[in-house]
Design a protein around this ligand. Structure first.
Ligand SMILES: Cc1cc2nc3c(=O)[nH]c(=O)nc-3n(C[C@H](O)[C@H](O)[C@H](O)COP(=O)(O)OP(=O)(O)OC[C@H]3O[C@@H](n4cnc5c(N)ncnc54)[C@H](O)[C@@H]3O)c2cc1C
Length: 375
């Protein structure tokens, strides 16, 4: 069997890895478009505090988190030991402890349902969060959960790509276009003047997927949302063990990586199109909100600003499945704000769909051609 995967973000890299492991002959095409979301993504994997409470999203995201350790173990077994992924715990912060009660009840509800990945949950008095994340405002109270995961999406993407190549996948660079194979329902992929024929084409082109599928009359409701995110450097070297500061009561967050790197995010700029710019307003917004909860970071060095386009759908659910009119395609995109959380697992499900296996999770509710009424 031959497959072409278009897009080598976290979803495409995962699809290519899982297809190659199944013995499928895989070509993976990527255009290196500026604004790949996986490179900009912060790295919070904590779906129990996600702003989406949709049970269809929760079922997917909880399964995705359960799959993380298995995936990392598979990559390690394939010699890919560079994945930066750790269970560091998470903190929700608020000016007063009683503002955290509703979040605490939500987490207890998951624990009561057997979602043990949440880990231990405890409320912290004012000052407690600062003891765990030194730059925070000392008056903040907090809710700590031990199960939250921090991942470098880029390190995971690269590990999956490398493992896919070791298993026989070929990487191609260039902007792909899709075309029908004559009058059949098959799809060809043209890249750098060459037509690649395949039994199945996996569309994992993130926010660019709608544009990619248009020539086939497959209409996807996915749009780019720009996110600007800041990287800072602090003097401490223990940053990799700091908990995530998870956005629940605010939209903004902080997380530490190794060697003094602290990530502060992020803007959510709907209607941005593919405008790949760092804006004064975007940087000011993130700094203002980030420094409000972590005034200690005023002295940090601003080392990098990344820009990425989240692939957003109107209902916040992925587009995952085979379009009825074009069974030679598998669509795997629309992961919006949670693509580092669910992307590796969605790549597995896409590979299962592509090979004709029954996917591990029922994906009927993620019909890629569904239409959602505008709010
Ligand atoms: C600022 C920011 C912070 C985020 N933080 C988090 C977080 O903390 N936790 C979380 O779970 N998620 C987070 N996300 C969301 C997550 O990063 C995305 O949902 C996810 O990375 C999307 O992955 P993808 O593979 O679908 O798309 P992308 O990573 O965008 O990859 C798509 C790829 O397709 C390629 N491509 C496009 N068109 C073509 C073509 N015609 N031919 C060839 N190649 C093509 C592009 O070059 C690109 O490499 C964040 C996103 C942003 C922007």
């Amino acid at each position: 069997m031959r497959a072409v995967v278009v897009g080598a973000g976290i979803v495409g890299a995962s699809a290519a890895f899982h297809l190659a492991r199944r013995g499928v002959e895989v070509d993976l095409v990527d255009s290196h478009a500026p604004g790949r979301a996986t490179l900009a993504g912060a790295g919070i994997v904590c779906p129990w505090l996600s702003q989406s409470r949709d049970p269809r999203y929760e079922t997917l995201a909880f399964a995705a988190v359960r799959y993380y350790p298995e995936l990392v173990a598979r990559l390690t077994a394939a010699g890919e030991t560079g994945v930066d992924c750790a269970v560091v715990g998470g903190l929700v912060v608020a000016p007063a402890r009683d503002q955290l009660q509703a979040v605490a009840r939500r987490l207890q509800g998951y624990l009561d349902r057997g979602v043990t990945e949440v880990g231990q949950v405890r409320l912290l008095d004012a000052g407690g969060p600062k003891a765990l994340f030194p730059h925070l405002d000392s008056t903040l109270a907090g809710l700590y959960l031990s199960g939250a995961i921090r991942v470098s999406g880029e390190s995971l993407r690269v590990a999956m790509l490398n493992a896919a190549v070791k298993a026989g996948a070929r990487q191609r660079f260039g902007t792909a276009t899709l075309e029908r194979n004559g009058s059949t329902a098959g799809v060809g992929v043209r890249v750098a003047g060459e037509l690649l024929r395949a039994d199945v084409v996996v569309v994992a082109a993130g926010a660019w997927s709608a544009e990619l599928c248009r020539p086939l009359d497959v209409h996807l409701e996915v749009e780019p949302q720009r996110g600007q995110i800041l990287h800072l450097r602090v003097e401490e070297t223990s940053t990799a063990t700091w908990p995530l500061i998870v956005p629940v009561l605010s939209e903004y967050y902080l997380l530490g990586f190794d060697a003094g790197r602290v990530v502060m995010g992020a803007t959510r700029e709907s209607g941005s199109g593919f405008d790949f710019r760092i804006t004064a307003g975007g940087v000011a917004e993130v700094l203002q909100e980030g420094l409000r909860i972590a005034p200690g970071l005023k002295r940090a060095t601003l080392t990098e600003i990344r820009v990425g386009f989240r692939p957003m759908t109107r209902d916040g659910l992925p587009l995952l499945g085979r379009p009825r009119s074009m069974p030679g395609l598998v669509i795997a995109t629309g992961l919006g704000r949670y693509g580092l959380t669910v992307g590796p697992y969605v790549g597995l499900l896409a590979a299962q769909l592509a090979t004709g296996e029954t996917p591990q999770l029922d994906v009927a509710c993620f019909d890629p051609e569904r239409r959602v009424a505008a709010c």
